[in-house]
Design a protein around this ligand. Sequence first.
Ligand code: GDP
Ligand code: GDP
Length: 455
Amino acid sequence: GDEELIEDAGDTDEDEAPVNRAVGVIAVVGRPNVGKSTLVNRILGRRAAVVEDTPGVTRDRVSYDAEWAGTDFKLVDTGGWEADVEGIDSAIASQAQIAVGLSDAVILVVDGSVGLTSSDSRIVSMLRAAGKPVTVAVNKVDTGEQEYLTAEFWKLGLGEPFGISAMHGRGVGDLLDDALAKLKKADKTSGLLTPSTLRRVALIGRPNVGKSSLLNQLAHEERAVVDDYAGTTRDPVDEVIKLDGEDWLFIDTAGIKRRLHKISGAEYYSSLRTQAAIERAELALVLFDVSQPISDQDLKVMSQAVDAGRAIVLVFNKWDLQDEFSRQRLERLWETEFSRVRWAQRVNLSAKTGWHTNRLPQAMRQALESWDKRISTGKLNAFLGQLQAAHPHPLRGGKQPRILFATQAGTRPPRFVIFATGFLDHGYRRFIERSLRDEFGFEGSPIQISVKVRE
Ligand code: GDP
Ligand code: GDP
């Protein structure tokens, strides 16, 4: 009904200060099919549905704002991270490792209908090493008669296993009480909550595009590249670099320097790492190597940042290797593969020689300014009113969906909610987005538009 819609639209505090109210971060880990995603959706409840109706936003997200019994926390979901990898065990381990690195406490989900498996035990050893508090959720205990299924999980040595049914909600409250009690007592080391006034930047791009070269160039120092082989995890290291008189926090520079891609099977791992860095960053510098054809992997990394709602600057690196052929190739791509991010600034530079790296700070500031930008409800509605008068939505089945009212529900990135009398089709939404950009700017930032239909 209307009440709910209005509540959604006015729910702005959450977007203004998502980082500060949460008491900490809980990661939900476990092997595939135990019910992690079902549990996360259960905990998020109505919020999940709200997020999902904004196209392209949820899929690759790592963390969500959650609330239980008046306590706000962040939830790291690893459900979507299961890739088609061969060594599934090591994939689970690295997935869990990253999730744990991002969190202050953990809910380990196991499957009561299957019983204890060796993969479960493997994850537990990893969790022990990380030293984060763990609550064990024995899922698929759908009825009271099945409670006995939890018994064998005492063996994990992690305290009382909670029998739950993520699907039906059974036992989830007690589980959260326990997990939140542990979270409140835990050390808060997760990067997601690091209080910082510095703007947080991630350098991303497929292997060899020049991330570590650019980092070195920006920091004006040569760093040794440490080749590091499987298994040894150190904490991510962030680094403060002064650019053009301003300090910036570069995220997970250790991950860049360690060249994770050189480790076997590491494409999967490095993609998780990228995702984790994006999650912690406000701005992503997306690097491309112009001496090579742009690949699907290049575009995928870029999409990860955009889908996560981060501000971006596109960095076309190795410009010193540029020739007429590659220049034309790139211009063609700009019209096609890059059409989705035509709003982003691009900086052509050479990390090796330092050429044009001085153009980065201005582009970075611009992108973040757009990311933070708020348009007043009055201005927004005046603009959309004119727009609609000049370009009404096409008729559909004799009816014409009309925009009633719009509001900016959040920033970082800007999120708009439009209330309309009917569903606005994709083309019209895109038209609205383009028009908003023409009118208000938003260079360097994605913007999200969701439509609520009012009967
Ligand atoms: P994930 O891979 O760990 O994220 O697992 P999913 O959440 O995708 O769930 C895997 C399967 O288990 C799905 O078919 C779910 O419907 C099922 N499932 C999840 N939770 C429960 C539960 O509480 N009871 C039962 N019986 N099935 C469940
Ligand atoms: P990363 O894997 O993304 O961190 O990439 P690196 O920084 O390790 O760079 C990969 C290779 O590209 C190295 O041999 C670098 O010397 C080279 N490289 C990086 N940037 C440039 C550049 O601007 N011009 C040229 N010619 N080579 C570069």
